[in-house]
Design a protein around this ligand. Structure first.
Ligand code: ZN
Length: 301
């Protein structure tokens, strides 16, 4: 696909892109200053933006440039990938031919070795808007009502932190997948990570949220209570942290709804299982009749 880089960087406002990431800068007029959203760090005036010129500069180490350079640095991707991403997210001003070709071909993404290795299907890639860069996988984050909250990076390259959330992201308030939970679902399944959620999705289970860890904050517990009408099935990782986390969350959820704790076989995450194994493990709990008396039940895989 041919991309008109010049039109792109003139028409897409850096201010909109910064707002998309939830990056807060200070200042008046055309100048804005703040902590660098690329390398982070302690210097609260390292990052400068000139709104009139639509350009940015980091005085510490990141260099500077236009809106495409910014996304490429922030997402650790190529300029071409950054342009495609910008077209996809801010492309309303573009002409329709560009916009209709703005997503990367699916087959190409499904061939991405990391996703293939983790047995992620092209349907999952497409449904969850997953993209990739040479250094990792980009997973869009959404609020329960579907608003974009930025991009989560799962690094696959050596020497990078495994998961990186957008600057200022409130992980403690967040449940991955909450925007997709069916409103009339009786059962909500809770897992640790988004790849666990993808495996359950591929097994046909849709009302699932991921805590992005093995503990739940009070805000996440409130979210789980809101989404789970009658029953919560906790299916965290089959390790020490997952098992103790599930027990703690079960106790915190209290007795006003049915809570079932299911552990995958020792040493395995739900993401490690096959779709058939996921169904064997979870279907009995998901499809059991709702108990009139809420109770806690422990099942070992
Ligand atoms: Zn910087």
């Amino acid at each position: 696909m041919w991309i008109d880089f010049r039109t792109l960087k003139e028409q897409i406002s850096l201010q909109d892109v910064l707002a998309y990431y939830g990056i807060v800068l200070h200042g008046q007029g055309q100048e804005r200053v703040g902590t660098c959203p690329i390398h982070h760090g302690d210097n609260r005036t390292a990052f400068h933006v000139n709104l009139a010129k639509n350009r940015w500069y980091c005085h510490t180490r990141c260099g500077g440039g236009d809106v495409i350079d910014f996304v490429a640095k922030k997402e650790m991707c190529t300029l071409r990938e950054a342009s495609l991403w910008l077209l996809e997210h801010f492309g309303q001003a573009r002409d329709k031919t560009l916009k209709s070709h703005s997503t990367m071909p699916l087959a190409n993404m499904a061939n991405y070795p990391y996703l293939r290795e983790r047995r992620i299907t092209s349907e999952t890639v497409s449904c969850y808007g997953i993209t990739y860069t040479p250094l990792g996988v980009c997973i869009p984050l959404r609020s329960p009502n579907g608003n974009s909250l930025g991009i989560l990076h799962r690094a696959t390259a050596e020497g990078l932190p495994r998961y990186r959330f957008p600057a200022g992201f409130l992980k403690r308030d967040f449940l991955y997948g909450a925007d997709r939970v069916e409103p009339d679902a009786t059962t909500l399944i809770v897992v640790e990570g988004c790849f666990d959620l993808f495996r359950l999705f591929q097994a046909g289970l849709i009302s699932v949220v991921a805590l992005m860890g093995s503990r739940a904050t009070s805000s996440q517990l409130a979210g789980v209570r809101r989404l789970a009408k009658h029953r919560v099935v906790l299916c965290l990782d089959g390790d020490r942290a997952g098992i103790s986390g599930a027990q703690q969350i079960a106790a915190q959820l209290g007795t006003d709804r049915e809570v079932i704790v299911i552990s995958p076989p020792w040493g395995q995450d739900p993401a490690d299982l096959t779709e058939a194994e996921v169904i064997d493990l979870l279907a009995p709990a998901v499809h059991a009749p709702i108990n009139a008396q809420p109770r806690l039940q422990l099942v070992r895989g």
